[in-house]
Write a protein that binds this ligand. Structure first.
Ligand code: BDR
Ligand code: CA
Length: 308
């Protein structure tokens, strides 16, 4: 089993990513860390707890992390994820789940240094927690097995600005620190592939557990509606679940080993991931960039995990 820490800003797709990770027999989720992003840190943490309750999970600890980006003000995404971040699907549901006292950053450090070369980090929100961990405990950089993050777009257009994807736009300074840190293995799961991971009714119909099926249908309703208004298709992208799935099965995507830089100081382009396909800058490659997705294989795994 691959030992992973999942770092989330629990919105609609993070929540489904948590389900895949916790239900997977290939992953041992040693803890979930939360971060401000789609919603406030507090809401992201409560949503994470509610999702673990829904899964009847008794063992996965939750650690709260950064309450705001490194230097910027939070940019919440209630427009996409709803007031509560999960499309109102668990409105009125309370949780008594305990949140750990240790901070997300200290938890990451402890786990990584106790098991050098063993821990995979799956990041599905802004990269603030990992950037802070790198700044405070640089010894983790060489001890992390791999980092898989959802964020950015290298060939297409952004989903917050014309050029920036949300997780990168929300904390570009953090992304820049992570990109330049020098991790052995950094994999970018950007909109180039996540936009092909489109959840449709036909997938939801195949979720066997009625509680999970109802949850996924309800939580994604407004998300799918806004995609319909823009694209004319009743669907929504499984950005974060795809990052989890790639940590389980790297063969889901074709990647290239390239240098990617984060823009942090521009009027129009902050949060843009600039990918040097032709190595014009002469910098060494720093990440595996996902460029093509086997959609059928992804949804086979997606349903297998939700039905496990
Ligand atoms: C990413 O931004 C968030 O709104 C989603 O949860 C996902 O992590 C997609 O751009
Ligand atoms: Ca997210």
């Amino acid at each position: 089993m691959k030992k992973v820490i999942l770092d989330v800003d629990t919105g609609i797709d993070d929540a489904i990513g948590i389900m895949l990770a916790v239900k997977s027999e290939a992953l041992d989720v040693v803890g979930i860390t939360t971060v401000s992003g789609n919603v406030s840190l507090e809401t992201a943490t409560i949503n994470t707890a509610k999702i673990l309750d829904l899964l009847d999970d008794k063992k996965t600890p939750i650690f709260a992390g950064a309450a705001k980006p490194l230097t910027r003000n939070p940019h919440f995404e209630h427009r996409v994820h709803g007031e509560d971040g999960i499309g109102g699907a668990l409105k009125g549901v309370a949780t008594n789940r305990e949140i750990q006292e240790q901070s997300a950053v200290d938890f990451i450090r402890t786990q990584v240094m106790n098991a050098p070369g063993d821990i995979t980090l799956i990041m599905t929100g802004p990269l603030t927690n990992l950037a802070e961990a790198v700044q405070q405990y640089p010894e983790i950089i060489s001890a992390v097995k791999e980092v898989v993050f959802m964020g950015g777009v290298v060939k297409g257009v952004g989903n917050v600005t014309p050029v920036a994807e949300y997780n990168m736009f929300a904390d570009p300074e953090a992304a820049s620190i992570v990109f330049e840190a020098g991790f052995h293995s950094l994999t970018q799961v950007g909109l180039d592939v996540t936009r092909s991971a489109l959840l449709k009714d036909e997938h939801i119909d195949h979720i066997q557990n009625p509680v999970l099926q109802d949850y996924v249908r309800t939580s994604t309703a407004t998300y799918r509606n806004s995609y319909f208004e823009r694209n004319g298709v009743w669907a929504c992208a499984m950005h974060d679940p795809l990052a989890v799935a790639i940590a389980i099965d790297a063969e889901l995507v074709k990647t290239e080993w390239l240098h990617v830089t984060m823009e942090t100081n521009s009027t129009y382009c902050d949060g843009q991931t600039i990918c040097d396909f032709q190595n014009r800058l002469g910098h060494p490659a720093n990440m595996h960039v996902c460029l093509e997705l086997d959609e059928a294989r992804f949804f086979d795994l997606f349903l297998k995990l939700l039905n496990a």
